[in-house]
Design a protein around this ligand. Structure first.
Ligand SMILES: Cc1cc2nc3c(=O)[nH]c(=O)nc-3n(C[C@H](O)[C@H](O)[C@H](O)COP(=O)(O)OP(=O)(O)OC[C@H]3O[C@@H](n4cnc5c(N)ncnc54)[C@H](O)[C@@H]3O)c2cc1C
Length: 474
């Protein structure tokens, strides 16, 4: 049944498009999944967004929020149809609150644009995902994104001070304090951080900011093939005078793919450790580099490290690892597992075994400092064999006390594993939040929760009126 877009246009002022080129564009993200958007809507302001939500409740139409569309597990794919709500035009950046060290931004601000905006003010928003040139702050918040600098600074969750949100009921709420601190029961910010657009739409975020260090050095250390990684990281991380803000790894073949990128200038011929060291000036930086050199020699690594003056460029280049593999091999299984650091070499061994058993090629890179690897296995991700490989990787990480998602999220792809990782009680709490914030189940159905849709445009019988919260059913 066609969507009643004429009735939407009576209350909604923003652009609504249902031409095939529009619906095709918003039916995909960076994953292998393809949805079936029936329309895309670009709300003009918060009132407009509320009108859209109330219309969707009345007509039982799924709404899927979309920022940069760079998700890797189908988080922004409209698997249940309906309307995709675009936020890429909500790009306001307010003046910096230099006393509180915060800035309020629109959800459509691109991570890297914010980075450049803040640079002259000597502040930065630390999470720098590989997709930072195209992912948005709204998407980063909704997936609790992280990046190389999360080794020192943590993921997005730590840097969100408060968020303005329109819930699935159409109600507006501000989650998080307006003051520097407060003690007012559990802080409900996590209703949105990491919720993948299933509980509400983020309409503005107040972010905490860090001070840009005086100097940042990007350092590339060539590694011998097969070198144990856990002890390396532990040694570097336990030298606080080095002040590492990022400890990344790329295996030999991923490094070769990056070496082939224009103006990459990466040394060596095998795997690489990519580091970022922060310091207070030239002298401290030289001391850190000398200490790093000694540390590496102590670990039996004799090949000299290379210094890259522009660490941002190093992270942009490292962020191209996934796309470099995608352009060489086409769609393949791209995973996102993390384990406690002392289990990272065992995880790597399991990944090799999974690939060898299936006669598949394995490429690995990741945020090594946090025990977080992105195994890429060359098998069609949409095939039964691809699903088998994914499950084997998740089970290996789980068995080592790890997680199936270090940063990308759950989306449609990983929700089958959620109960195993969170347990029944954890999933029950998520269901409770869902039924309170989105009683009609119109927000991004088919994501995150193991047994939530996809339901299709008809989402079942009407539930209680807007604003009426339901008791968590358990
Ligand atoms: C090359 C590449 C490298 C990547 N590297 C990293 C990395 O290093 N670290 C990392 O964490 N991730 C990484 N990712 C994954 C992805 O970029 C992140 O998850 C990112 O945060 C998604 O942002 P986005 O703006 O593209 O969001 P989208 O893909 O548009 O949406 C992501 C989720 O957020 C929801 N959403 C979007 N906007 C809103 C809003 N305003 N309100 C409520 N919900 C909303 C969507 O519904 C969806 O569930 C990478 C992806 C690619 C393609």
């Amino acid at each position: 049944m066609a969507l009643p877009l004429d009735s939407l246009r009576t209350t909604f002022r923003g652009e609504v498009g249902d031409a095939p080129d529009v619906t095709d564009r918003v039916s995909r993200d960076a994953s292998f999944l393809v949805g079936r958007a029936e329309a895309a809507a670009r709300p003009e302001d918060v009132d407009d967004l509320v009108a859209l939500v109330l219309w969707a409740r009345e007509h039982r139409v799924p709404l899927t929020a979309r920022g940069g569309g760079t998700s890797l597990d189908g988080e922004s794919v409209p698997v249940a149809g309906g309307v995709v709500v675009e936020f890429s035009h909500w790009r306001d950046i307010d003046a910096l609150d230099s006393v509180g060290g915060t800035v309020r931004v629109g959800p459509g601000v691109v991570n890297y644009d914010l980075h450049r905006h803040l640079a002259p003010l000597r502040r930065f928003f630390p999470p720098n995902p590989g997709s930072w040139r195209s992912s948005t702050i709204g998407g980063n918040v909704a997936t609790n994104a992280s990046g190389p600098r999360s080794f020192r600074y943590g993921s997005t969750r730590r840097w969100v001070h408060s968020a303005e949100v329109v819930l699935g009921t159409g109600e507006r709420v501000t989650l998080g304090p307006s003051t520097a601190k407060r003690s007012l029961g559990p802080e409900m910010l996590d209703l949105v951080v990491g919720s993948e657009g299933t509980l509400g739409f983020v309409t503005a975020v107040t972010l905490r900011l860090a001070h840009v260090p005086t100097r940042r050095a990007g350092v590339v250390v060539p590694l011998p093939e097969g070198r144990a990684l856990g002890p390396l990281v532990t040694t570097i991380a336990n030298r606080p005078s080095l002040r590492p803000s990022a400890i990344e790894f790329v295996d030999g073949r991923v490094a070769d793919a990056l070496r082939a990128r224009p103006s990459a200038r990466l040394p060596g011929s095998g795997p690489l450790l990519l580091l970022e060291l922060e310091s207070d000036g030239e002298e401290t930086e030289s001391r850190s580099l000398e200490e790093l050199d000694l540390t590496m020699r102590g670990l039996g690594l004799w090949e000299p490290a290379s210094l890259l003056p522009d660490a941002d460029r190093l992270w942009s280049l490292r962020g191209e690892a996934g796309s470099a593999l995608e352009s060489s091999f086409g769609p393949h299984v791209r995973e996102d597992v993390a384990v406690p650091l002392d289990a990272v070499d065992r995880l790597y061994a399991e990944l090799r075994k999974i690939a060898v058993d299936g006669h598949r090629e394995l490429y690995v890179y990741g945020h090594l400092g946090q025990g977080h690897l992105h195994p890429n296995v060359m098998v069609d991700p949409a095939s039964p064999e691809g699903a088998k490989v994914r499950r084997a990787i998740w089970s290996a990480a789980h068995a080592l006390g790890g997680t199936v998602s270090g940063e990308h999220g759950v989306g449609s792809v990983k929700r089958e594993f959620l109960s195993r990782e969170l347990g029944d009680a954890g999933v029950r709490i998520l269901h409770g939040w869902k039924s309170l914030c989105d009683p009609d189940g119109i927000l991004n159905p088919g994501k995150l929760l193991p047994d939530d849709g996809p339901a299709g445009p008809a989402l079942g019988p009407s539930r209680p009126a807007a604003g009426a919260a339901q008791t968590p059913s358990g």
